[in-house]
Design a protein around this ligand. Structure first.
Ligand SMILES: *[C@@H]1O[C@H](CO)[C@@H](O)[C@H](O)[C@H]1NC(C)=O
Ligand SMILES: *[C@@H]1O[C@H](CO)[C@@H](O)[C@H](O)[C@H]1NC(C)=O
Ligand SMILES: *[C@@H]1O[C@H](CO)[C@@H](O)[C@H](O)[C@H]1NC(C)=O
Ligand SMILES: *[C@@H]1O[C@H](CO)[C@@H](O)[C@H](O)[C@H]1NC(C)=O
Length: 127
């Protein structure tokens, strides 16, 4: 576990600066991994306000509501969906978003655990 948490920060800085693309995609998945993880996340929750309606094939996932990406490799670094009346469970697939640095799901009705893979995030608790 310690190694995992360490390696995530390591991967991010290494991939962002040196762009060892093959190395990074082997270690940390690729942009398709992120897209699938977000769609899995969406599939497990209900969204009465429709904030996730832009999460579809018309837009690149970096343009989806609440998402910010790292520019070079188009990997998700921020997921902000606090206070959106989301209900349901948090998909373990979220743990596949290797480059995630900020996650806020506060003030929704989400249950389940934030996957331990992304344990180096700052306080990302939901309520
Ligand atoms: C994902 O990355 C591949 C390889 O870098 C690129 O060809 C493709 O357009 C990217 N797809 C998305 C949805 O960003
Ligand atoms: C994607 O969402 C946008 C905004 O909600 C909508 O206008 C568009 O028709 C949707 N596209 C698909 C393929 O569902
Ligand atoms: C993503 O996460 C899920 C659940 O933790 C796992 O089953 C799956 O194999 C992972 N990898 C990809 C590439 O989706
Ligand atoms: C995160 O925030 C919650 C509520 O504000 C708090 O109870 C918890 O201890 C915090 N966790 C960490 C790791 O800071």
């Amino acid at each position: 576990m310690g190694i995992h948490i360490f390696s995530q920060k390591f991967k991010f800085s290494l991939c962002a600066t040196i762009e060892l693309l093959l190395f990074c995609s082997v270690l940390g998945g690729n942009n398709e991994t992120d897209r699938l993880a977000l769609l899995e996340f969406k599939s497990k929750i209900s969204d009465p306000l429709g904030v996730l309606s832009s999460w579809n094939s018309s837009f690149h996932f970096c343009q989806w509501y609440g998402i910010k990406c790292e520019e070079h490799q188009q990997r998700v670094t921020v997921l902000h969906l606090s206070s959106q009346r989301l209900e349901g469970s948090i998909s373990p697939h979220l743990g596949n978003i290797t480059f995630l640095q900020e996650l806020s799901l506060r003030n929704n009705r989400l249950s389940g655990e934030i996957p331990p893979q992304i344990g180096n995030l700052n306080n990302a608790t939901n309520t």
